[in-house]
Design a protein around this ligand. Structure first.
Ligand code: ADA
Length: 580
């Protein structure tokens, strides 16, 4: 399943899920002559016992059937971490970074069977500046779904949506990108349907640098029910493409959207004007059985566990997540801090050749691919990077600038561990500190969070909210000690209880517990030594989602009845409320 709703009614599309041929490849080897293994797609090769710790390259192969002559559009939702795509032996696509999707368009394909090969590469090379040995694991493989569609020469590439509240009335701001209108191609029309309204978008003159032509429109949507965590109402936005003079759409693309306002000020978050304290968890896409290729059933289980814990938010630490997860957050009313892929980079790493381009592209892809999700309340950049060094400022400016230009409707933040040495808090709307009182330091949590507020104020952030973006402690599953030694479940529970109580008493705008579930970490670069068992064990559940002592303690605190409790809406699943 690609998304939690049907993306198309007109465009024929198949998902290439299944058992693919697989062969590991030596560093410089070309396409293999034989394939000795079979691997699941989506999946990680670490799931196969022969590749449990394999870091290298590997070729995936399968045959696909194209139903008629014409243009084929493949879409890869995620290959970890570098992909090279071959169609009938020809190199047709390349993409870096596991956490964003990419299309490959093949203009003149004959009807019948074709060979598709994807070489995935998870090596830590000089060319890879974002995927480095880290406090999480870079898996290998085709970790997210792939689709194959036959499209007309001119087709819809993407749709963007922003809900605008105008004097108590809702308006929709929609933009659709059309591919294939360069040169002397025939013109096309784009018509969108949303909440019973039907509007033709206006073409922007000239294709942009990606040879896309943009169509835009803003129109009133009367009778809208707003999206909120308590009542996450979604609508289907459908864009249809007509050839000039045509009466039947030749292509279509749908997104599921919600109407809500999100505002932040010193006091915190307001959704549709309602003050909403953000109380959530950091979560990695990771599970011991499947690695980062978490299937839908386990994503939903994670979200249900988060709800059971009383959380209302999740931070996609430290990269853009699978869109099905975001779709589920939209549908369940769980707020999302989504961030680009950059964790723990010092200045030297941030200044390496290629970094600037790779992070810019990863940021652009994140926002342009996920911009429609109502659940996303803030975009994040650079977790624990060199925000204390002036030389990093251009990089922060660049990425924050990209986000603001692609999505002026949302706020931006970054999680800092630089305390009063942080220099870039002027660039963001929401101030966030990762602080580990009771674990990495012996400070009193309430004193520390109050001090953090002072750091924010001193940096000119008096009008900005403060979030504790990480707080937590190690807790090895099954290590029980009455006297609460470091690393025991008891100690972890105690630290988290103190942190949560302190965050609430100090009145921060919100917090994210580090972390939801234990995750695997890289073996390279000393991480294996720093993290006994090869895992970051600060989860309130272990990798298999077995609850630790902290689970019950955190749950009893977060489920405090003073917080808004969500009743099930009783709405049928799957849905848009109103067909467009
Ligand atoms: C950091 C970091 C996390 C994780 C955590 C920890 O704050 O952002 O990715 O490494 O610390 O467990 O130490």
């Amino acid at each position: 399943m690609l998304r939690l709703f049907d993306l198309h009614q007109v465009r024929p599309l198949v998902e290439l899920e299944g058992l693919w041929d697989f062969e590991p490849l030596a560093d410089e080897a070309g396409l293999p002559r034989r394939y000795r293994f079979k691997l699941a797609v989506p999946g990680t090769w670490e799931s196969h016992p022969a590749f449990a710790t394999y870091r290298g390259r590997g070729a995936y192969r399968r045959l696909v059937t194209v139903p008629e002559d014409g243009t084929v559009r493949l879409y890869f939702y995620g290959v970890s971490h570098t992909a090279d795509v071959y169609w009938d032996g020809q190199h047709v696509g390349h993409h870096y970074d596991a956490h964003t999707g990419f299309p490959v368009v093949l203009p003149a394909v004959g009807k019948g069977q074709h060979e598709l090969i994807v070489i995935a590469d998870n090596r830590f090379t000089e060319q890879s500046t974002l995927h480095i040995p880290n406090d999480y694991y870079t898996y290998g493989g085709i970790t997210r779904p792939i689709s194959l569609a036959t499209v007309p020469k001119t087709f819809l590439e993407s749709v963007r949506f922003t809900a605008v509240e105008n004097g108590g009335r809702w308006e929709a701001e929609v933009a659709a990108a059309v591919q294939g209108l360069g040169g002397d191609a025939v013109d096309a029309r784009v018509v969108v349907s949303l909440a019973g309204e039907r509007t033709e978008l206006t073409s922007d003159p000239g294709p942009d640098e990606h040879q896309l032509r943009w169509y835009r429109g803003r129109f009133p949507c009367p009778g809208i029910k707003p999206w909120s965590p308590a009542d996450p109402v979604l609508y289907l936005l459908s864009a249809e493409l007509f050839e000039f003079g045509g009466i039947r759409p030749v292509d279509d693309l749908r997104e599921r959207v919600g109407f809500r306002t999100v505002e932040w000020d010193r006091e915190g978050l307001r959704i549709n004007g309602e003050p909403t304290r953000v109380e959530g968890f950091n979560r990695h896409e990771d599970h011991p059985a499947v690695g980062s290729a978490v299937p839908l059933s386990l994503m939903i289980r994670d979200l249900e566990l988060l709800r059971d814990l009383g959380a209302n938010a999740v931070r996609t630490s430290h990269y853009p997540n699978d869109e099905r997860f975001l779709d589920a957050c939209d549908e369940l009313g769980i707020l999302v801090w989504e961030e680009h892929h950059a964790r723990g980079l010092d200045l030297e790493r941030m200044l390496r050749p290629g970094f600037r381009e790779q992070i810019a592209k990863a940021t652009r892809e994140m926002v342009s691919q996920h911009q429609t999700h109502p659940a996303i309340i803030v975009w994040g950049v650079f977790n624990e990077c060199a925000s204390d060094q002036e030389a990093a400022r251009p990089l922060y400016r660049q990425c924050i600038g990209i986000i603001r230009s692609l999505d002026p409707s949302r706020s931006v933040t970054y999680a800092s561990h630089r305390r009063d040495r942080d220099r870039f808090l002027d660039l963001v709307d929401v101030i966030a500190f990762n602080l580990y009182p009771g674990w990495y330091t012996d400070e009193d949590p309430a004193d520390l969070f109050r001090t953090a507020r002072r750091w924010a104020d001193a940096a000119g952030g008096e009008s900005k909210p403060l979030i504790i973006s990480e707080m937590g402690a190690d807790g090895f599953y099954g290590v029980r000690q009455a006297d609460g030694g470091y690393g025991s479940e008891e100690r972890q529970a105690e630290v988290l209880a103190a942190d949560i109580k302190a965050a609430r008493s100090v009145g921060v705008a919100g917090f994210f517990v580090w972390q939801f579930a234990d995750c695997r970490v890289s073996a390279e670069d000393g991480w294996g030594l720093r993290r006994p068992t090869g895992q970051n064990v600060k989860g309130v559940v272990d990798g298999y989602r077995r609850p630790k002592a902290a689970y019950r303690v955190v749950r009893s605190l977060l489920s405090d009845p003073s917080r808004q409790v969500r009743e099930p809406s009783g709405r049928p699943s799957g849905t848009e409320v109103q067909p467009g």
